[in-house]
Ligand binder design. Structure first.
Ligand code: AKG
Ligand code: FE2
Length: 316
């Protein structure tokens, strides 16, 4: 039985962009024989009909959708992640522990005084069922309404890739340039049959997708602003993470759209969002937590379901 943490070794190399011979980054903008184009589902919503959808050869259930959003939509979703969803009524956050007194109106604080606002210390919020990091579980009693527009978006994307889900929880991650997220697998959701749908905005990143244990070497891929990663099927249980967020890689279209006053959210607001995205990356990953619809209607039954999360193999 091998004991080497192959994932971790690759993570260290990719963090410094060192590629071993034969180990190459997958870029869905370029031809690559490890990648194949697939059709969006016949019942995809209209706005996703022409989307560029890809699969990885030999990786069950993984899908990559190249940015299906207009620049205005990228700004609007990012604005929601920075403003509405950081409000204490909407989310739990890392700031609850360290900056509880400054949790309200974070985006307004940032716009008034960017260099001193608590937004600089924001690294995550949770929406809907709030993931409990230390217990690696969800708690029936810790839940906020799931943002309806994000629920509709997650459901649309799941349908378009032929892997429907009922969005019930999301983690929103806020990254600075050069930052990373260590390899992990998302095993707290009792329902592991529905995919995780993961949206990214702002700076590009090197994303790693490994296997069901840390013994498998991960594939590395470039994820850019607006791209959507779907971990369904067998890939739902695979180790993954972010080896590095890449400085200076935000697309010019974001600033251009914000300057043109697009998006209907107020030109100034969106200019601030475009500026934030030039120095940061937002990742919004949407999950279904429970099995069949209605699983959470009775609190005791829901608590029993939530206690039964699966554990990924961590035999590295
Ligand atoms: O930022 C990303 O692309 C991945 C985030 C992730 O895997 C998670 O929050 O579980
Ligand atoms: Fe994850």
């Amino acid at each position: 039985m091998p004991t080497t943490d192959v994932y971790r070794e690759a993570e260290k190399r990719w963090r410094h962009s060192l590629q071993e011979p034969g180990e190459e980054l997958i870029d869905f903008e370029l031809a690559d024989d490890r990648v194949r184009r697939v059709d969006v589902a016949a019942d995809a919503p209209d706005w996703l009909r022409g989307a560029q959808l890809y699969a990885l050869c030999g990786v069950d259930g993984f899908r990559f959708l190249r940015c299906p959003f207009s620049p205005e939509e990228e700004l609007r979703w990012s604005h929601a992640a920075l403003a509405a969803w950081t409000e204490p009524e909407a989310s739990e956050s890392n700031l609850d522990l360290t900056h509880a007194g400054e949790r309200g109106a974070l985006w307004a604080q940032h716009e008034a005084a960017p260099s001193s606002s608590a937004l600089r210390h924001l690294s995550w919020v949770t929406l809907g069922y709030h993931y409990q990091w230390s217990e690696r579980r969800y708690d029936e009693a810790r839940r906020s309404p799931f943002p309806p527009a994000l629920g509709a978006l997650g459901a649309d994307l799941g349908r378009a890739v032929g892997q429907p889900l009922r969005p019930e929880a999301a983690i929103v991650n806020y990254y600075a340039p050069r930052s990373s997220m260590g390899g992990h697998c998302d095993d707290a959701e009792p329902c592991q049959d529905a995919p995780i749908v993961s949206l990214s905005f702002g700076l590009s990143a090197t994303f790693l997708l490994g296997g069901p244990s840390r013994h498998a070497a991960p594939l590395a891929m470039r994820v850019r602003s607006g791209d959507v990663v779907v971990q369904g099927g067998a890939s739902r249980g695979c180790y993954h993470g972010v080896a590095r967020v890449l400085r200076g890689t935000a697309p010019a279209r974001l600033r251009e759209a914000a300057s043109a006053g697009g998006g209907g959210g107020g030109g100034d607001d969106l200019r601030g969002v475009a500026e934030w995205l030039e120095r940061g990356r937002i990742n919004i990953n949407v999950r279904q937590v429970g099995p069949e619809a209605g699983w959470d209607e009775d609190p005791d039954a829901a608590a029993a379901v939530l206690a039964g999360g699966r554990r990924c193999r961590d035999d590295g």
